[in-house]
Structure formats: C-alpha cells, structure tokens
Design a protein around this ligand. Structure first.
Ligand code: TLP
Length: 348
C-alpha cells in the first residue's frame, strides 16, 4: 500500500533500531536516564530554549504545556482550526478546566488579529474568564499544512506579551516549517515562550515529543507529565531513536515537500478534484472532490482498491501526506491511481 494518511505512519530507520538496542538507560522519573537527558538538552538547544521535557505524544506535550500555563477557569486563545482545539480530545478543558477560546484562522494558518485583540481587551469584568495563554500552530495542519509566516507569529507574540500573556507554539512539525520558511526552528520558536514538537511524524521516530521553554516552566510541565501518567522510567530506549531522528532526519524533510508539490500538481490536473492552495506548502495536500459525499466515498474506496490510502477531511475533502516512506515513484503511482479512481467516481 502507498500510505498517504499521515507522516505518523513512518517506520523507524535501521539506525534508530540500532540506537534503541544499545541505548544507555536509567529511571527517568528519578532524572537518571542519560539518553533522555541528552535528548532533552538537544531539543532545548535546537529550539533555542533553556530546557526540554520528553513526553509520549504531541497531545501530551500540548496538554502539559497548557496545564503548566493556565489556572483552572482561565482561557486559552487559539485558532478555531488548531489541532489542540479540535483534535486533542478536549483535554485542556477536561483535565485542566481551561476555557478554550477559538479565534478565527485564516487560510494561511494565521489568527485573525482583530478578533484576538478583541478577546485580549475584554474588560476585567467578573463575567469573563481571565486570560491565561495564546497558542499558535506551525506548520498548520488543518490549514493545508501551510507554514505560518514569522511576521505573523511576531505580531501575535507582541499582542500577547503586551497583555502579559505567554505564547505556546504547537510546533508538531516545526522542522517542516523551518524548511518552508528557509529559517531555523529556533527562529520560529523565538516568538513563543514555550514550544512542543514531535519526533514521530516526518522525523520517523517510533514514539515521542518534546516540550521546551524556561527551566521554571519545564519543571511545572514535568509535574503535569507525571500527573498525566507520562513519567516513563527507562524511556531512553525510545529517546535514543529520537536522538537519531534529530541528527539524521531533519534535512530530508525537504524531499517530502518536493514530493508534496508534485502530488499537488498531479492531483490538480485530475477532473473532479480541487486541490486547496497552501501559501507555503510543506508535506501535505488537501483536496476536495466534486459531487459531494457519495462521490467522495466512492473515490476514496476506488483509491484504496488501487493500493493508495488517504485521510478524510470532513465529508468530501481529503488529506494526503508525504513522508519518509514515499518517494517520487509512489507519488507518480498515487496520481495515476487517483486519475483512474476519479474517472470511475466522477465520470458520466
Ligand atoms: N496529528 C495527527 C492527527 O491527530 C490528525 C496527524 O495525522 O496529522 N499537533 C499537531 C499539529 C498535530 O498534527 C498532531 C497530530 C498533534 C499535535 C498530536 O500529536 P500526537 O498524535 O503525537 O498526539
């Protein structure tokens, strides 16, 4: 199968398996796992923060960060299309009593600054939840995976900081953003006080994410990780793969972006499919099928029959993600399969 559902389907490389087998480990809850400690130092350095914390998933990274930033009953302002708002099981509300306050996202993955400003300037009236946090996402998954401009991130940070609020960045795919914006992860993270990023997406490690910020913030997030059940003991086994991911898998993400562009171009030529534009395309292609849900279901089933898996986005849109397991040959085969499946699903 050509699996374009997500970059989370990537398999660990041979070097990762080797590093995992040889990893030096200890009890990380005692702070004694040398491999985890090394990964946390590497992560902090790469995003330009003081300290890092290894957690099992991107969802826990964002949740631990939100819990560390926000008191119960306070509000976190984030994009209406933010992964944290829509795809993380409402954890911040369920476990932290945090009022997630959605702000309109533009197609470019940006927050509507007027709407954000309106939220931030509500009078300190007893009716309103006090503000606790502003959150950003880069790359922006639900906005067709686009990288978000640094100028926008700086504008959001200025607004938040003027109101003495911290900024958290869901940088699950921050290295994709760095490549698309021709900058570094540290420059992207500079607008944010705290940042999370994932090892088990395009970087192909089997498990794990990092949350980084000041030493004092990470100490609070560490307590939240323990409360959430994320204290992992001999976690150096999986951290070892994460170190290999950071050492060897970042630069090659550019190849995924080239393949996504080729995929977008190929799908764009097929009658019945409309590819969403992405201001700064990374490794995702979102496209819609003409003819509504029934034709879309038929198209996706036809594609699966032809050996290609894609993800659903609502009832008639889809997402295809390029990654380490997808080369140019797979892209060409997927486009050919899509043309044939579209002919069957949308043809007269
Ligand atoms: N995204 C997954 C699915 O949940 C949709 C995917 O396939 O793209 N932030 C962002 C921006 C993400 O895209 C994801 C995962 C997460 C956080 C959560 O990471 P995990 O899956 O490690 O909890």
């Amino acid at each position: 199968m050509i699996d374009l559902r997500s970059d989370t389907v990537t398999m660990p490389t041979a070097a990762m398996r080797e590093a995992m087998a040889r990893a030096e480990v200890g009890d990380d809850v005692y702070g004694e796992d040398p491999t985890v400690n090394r990964l946390e130092r590497m992560a902090a350095e790469i995003v330009g923060k003081e300290a890092g914390l290894f957690v099992p998933s991107g969802t826990m990274a964002n949740l631990a960060a939100m819990l560390a930033h926000c008191a119960r009953g306070s509000k976190a302002m984030l994009g209406a299309q933010a992964h944290t708002y829509l795809y993380e099981a409402g954890g911040a509300a369920a476990f932290g009593g945090i009022v997630m306050t959605p702000i309109r996202n533009t197609e470019a993955g940006e927050l509507d600054l007027d709407e954000l400003n309106e939220e931030l300037t509500r009078p300190p009236d007893a009716h309103f939840a006090p503000s606790g946090l502003v959150a950003l996402e880069n790359t922006h998954n639900l906005c067709a995976g686009t990288a978000v401009e640094l100028s926008h991130m700086a504008a959001v940070a200025d607004l938040a900081h003027a109101h003495r609020l911290p900024v958290h960045l869901d940088g699950a795919r921050i290295f994709n953003a760095a490549i698309a914006l021709e900058t570094t992860a540290a420059r992207i993270a500079a607008a944010a006080d705290t940042v999370s990023f994932c090892l088990s997406k395009g970087l192909a490690a089997p498990v794990g994410s990092l949350v980084c910020g000041s030493g004092e913030f990470v100490a609070r997030a560490r307590r939240m990780r323990k409360a959430l059940g994320g204290g992992m003991r001999q976690a150096g086994i999986i951290a070892a793969a994460g170190i290999v991911a950071l050492d060897t898998m970042i630069d090659r993400l550019a190849e995924d972006h080239r393949n996504a562009r080729a995929l977008a171009e190929g799908l764009g030529l097929i009658a019945g499919l409309n590819v969403w534009p992405a201001k700064r395309r990374t490794n995702m292609v979102v496209f819609e099928a003409d003819g509504g849900a029934p034709a879309a279901v038929k198209f996706a089933a036809g594609l699966k029959d032809r050996g290609v898996l894609i993800g659903a986005r609502g009832t008639s849109a889809f997402r295809a993600v390029t990654h380490h397991g997808i080369g140019r040959g797979e892209v060409d085969r997927a486009v050919a399969a899509a043309a044939s499946a579209a002919g069957e699903a949308f043809g007269d």
